[in-house]
Design a binder for this molecule. Structure first.
Ligand code: ZN
Length: 283
């Protein structure tokens, strides 16, 4: 009993995919879903609603497995839900309403199950803190959680291992935030044009150095595993990385990095879960 009480908590790992690019993401998701099925590893797919208007039948066929795959929203068309330090100004209130309501409805209509969560396009350094009108729309649309804190302070990378919290301070205690962690893998590979100013000073994790774009899946794994190891060392509840199917597949068509990372997570004695599992554990 003493051992059980004093044993450090093993974090959960939450595989999640921001699915947003017509054609390219579907091709990648076929490989990703196969890998998850082979290993029985659950995942959350945050899908842009607009993709489901054109490729919904294919996504449903591929991912309609409620015990394994959670389907959540990546907004309707990836418009920004508030101003972003790198990606630009936020959309209008009318556009934000559509991004939330239409994005959620498309997931629910396509998969015939509730869409609990939202991953906003790009994400933000403070999530939706200080944005009460957007939070009211998110809650009004029926979302139970958001995963919107995806950057370090001042919109830098990596995103630190922040843990779950509610938006009680902003007046929405029922809405959970589950921050994402690490480097946006598309940024790590130079797949999106990014400004030179991306790093924080002083750094959050001074022991971690990334000297340039990664060149191989093994090199990418070397960066990604830092956050797994740190979550274990710190005894955190969970870790989750910011992944995009189109970008994973372009860089690593054999999904080697995912295999290395899933092996590593399992070797740490960590469990796998979806965002909805994290949310349900709080109800
Ligand atoms: Zn996105």
């Amino acid at each position: 009993m003493a051992t059980a009480l004093t044993a450090p908590r093993r974090p959960l790992f939450l595989p999640a995919y921001d699915t947003e690019s017509g054609g390219f993401c579907l091709e990648a998701c076929r490989k990703i879903a196969r890998l998850h099925r082979q290993r029985g590893i659950p995942a959350t797919f945050f899908i842009v609603g607009k993709l489901l208007e054109t490729e919904g039948a294919a996504y449903r066929e591929l991912l309609d497995e409620p015990g394994l795959f959670e389907i959540a929203s990546h907004t309707y068309s990836h418009k920004l839900l508030r101003d972003h330090g790198i990606c630009g100004p936020g959309a209008s209130p009318e556009e934000i309403h559509e991004e939330l309501y239409r994005g959620k409805a498309l997931v629910e209509d396509c998969f015939g199950r509730p869409c609990l969560g939202l991953r906003p396009g790009c994400g933000f350094d403070v999530g939706f803190r200080g944005a009460p009108s957007v939070l009211a729309e998110i809650v009004g649309a029926g979302f139970k959680y958001v995963s919107s804190r995806l950057w370090g302070p001042h919109t830098t990378v990596p995103a630190p291992l922040e843990q779950a919290h509610t938006y009680a301070e902003d007046g929405f205690p029922q809405l959970w935030e589950f921050p994402g962690h690490g480097w946006h893998e598309n940024v790590l590979k130079g797949h999106n044009a990014t400004p030179g100013r991306l790093l924080l000073w002083p750094p959050f994790y001074p022991e971690m150095q990334v000297h340039g774009y990664v060149k191989t899946p093994a090199e990418e794994f070397g960066v990604q595993r830092f956050f797994i190891d740190r979550a274990v060392a710190d005894g955190l509840e969970y870790a989750t990385l910011i992944w995009h199917p189109w970008s994973l597949n372009r860089f690593d068509p054999d999904m080697r990095m995912l295999e290395l990372l899933f092996d590593h997570v399992a070797q740490q004695g960590m469990g796998f879960a979806r965002f909805e599992d994290l949310w349900r554990s709080r109800q």
